[in-house]
Write a protein that binds this ligand. Structure first.
Ligand code: PAF
Length: 284
């Protein structure tokens, strides 16, 4: 695997590969890689000639200084995992390389970012938009691969790709889970053993809510049930649970039988376990 730290050197190398007719699959990450990331690398390998993975803990998408400070940084281990997985190129720029000066531009994703992560992490999606658009310009991939665990991020990036006519295809891949159902996340490694033991209750809560919706219970009742379920688990503090239209991410009201359009519904949750914030979602 080749490792690049400088934008211009990476671009020159990718230009040569593209001139040879090779297609490029891109997996942007913030490192602390786990099998969820490796599943994205595998998808990228299956669908492209060359796989590029970026590792960059992007300061502009953190609205919480503590979260940025404790975000796990494990470049050496990540690099080995990527090499073993058959990734061709790792791009690991410094903050100075990516942001010689802090960007002044702002993204506005409208209603997509006034809910859930956007509402609780002001500025987060602006930072995501800036870094992902920069990375897309740098790598110019044919396809870019993202995990469905970050459902709202996928929606925001899809909006950006469409509205700014990025010449690439987004591939959204299923959430990878541990055996006990916990969604794989870089933040899981910040959990204490006690917190790790109760973390799968988030997935269980989502599945309970799904079962209630399928019994045609009202959204408001299902939300109350979920909040009550998690209130009984010491160590989990619910931040939000939303039942939303999958396409618009706007709140869904009523019961499933009243879902006349028959579109998909997303059940999305965010909760704190101590200082670690986890998110997850399932789709009906
Ligand atoms: O999902 C992530 O890891 C990050 O938000 C991304 C897309 C790499 C941008 O920094």
């Amino acid at each position: 695997m080749l490792v690049f730290h400088q934008i211009s050197v990476l671009q020159e190398h990718l230009k040569q590969l593209r001139n040879q007719g090779m297609t490029v699959g891109f997996v942007p990450t913030m490192g602390a890689l786990h099998q969820g990331h490796i599943s994205l690398i595998n998808q990228a390998k299956a669908q492209s000639d060359i796989v590029v993975c970026s590792i960059f803990v992007n300061p502009t998408q953190f609205n919480n200084a503590h979260d940025l400070a404790v975000y796990p940084r494990t470049l050496e281990a990540d690099s080995q995992m990527l090499d073993t997985a058959g990734c061709d190129i790792l791009f690991a720029p410094s903050a100075e390389e990516m942001y010689p000066k802090l960007p002044t531009m702002k993204f506005d994703f409208g209603a997509l970012e006034t809910v859930m992560e956007g509402a609780f992490r002001p500025g987060h999606f602006n930072g995501v938009g800036i870094v992902v658009s920069k990375l897309f310009h740098i790598v110019q991939p044919d396809k870019a691969f993202f995990g469905q665990k970050d459902l709202q991020q996928c929606a925001v990036i899809s909006c950006m790709v469409n509205e700014l006519s990025f010449h690439l295809e987004l591939v959204i891949c299923p959430t990878q889970r541990e055996e006990d159902g916990l969604a794989m996340s870089s933040r899981n490694r910040n959990l204490s053993p006690e917190q790790r033991a109760i973390a799968p209750f988030l997935y269980q809560a989502l599945n309970n809510a799904k079962a209630s919706l399928l019994q045609d219970k009202e959204v408001s009742e299902v939300k109350t049930e979920l909040a009550e379920f998690l209130r009984n688990i010491e160590g989990i503090e619910l931040e939000y649970f939303e039942i939303s239209d999958f396409d618009t991410l706007q709140p869904f009201h009523g019961t499933l039988s009243q879902n006349s359009g028959g579109g998909k519904i997303a059940l999305c949750i965010a909760a704190f376990l101590g200082k670690t914030r986890l998110i997850d979602n399932i789709i009906i």
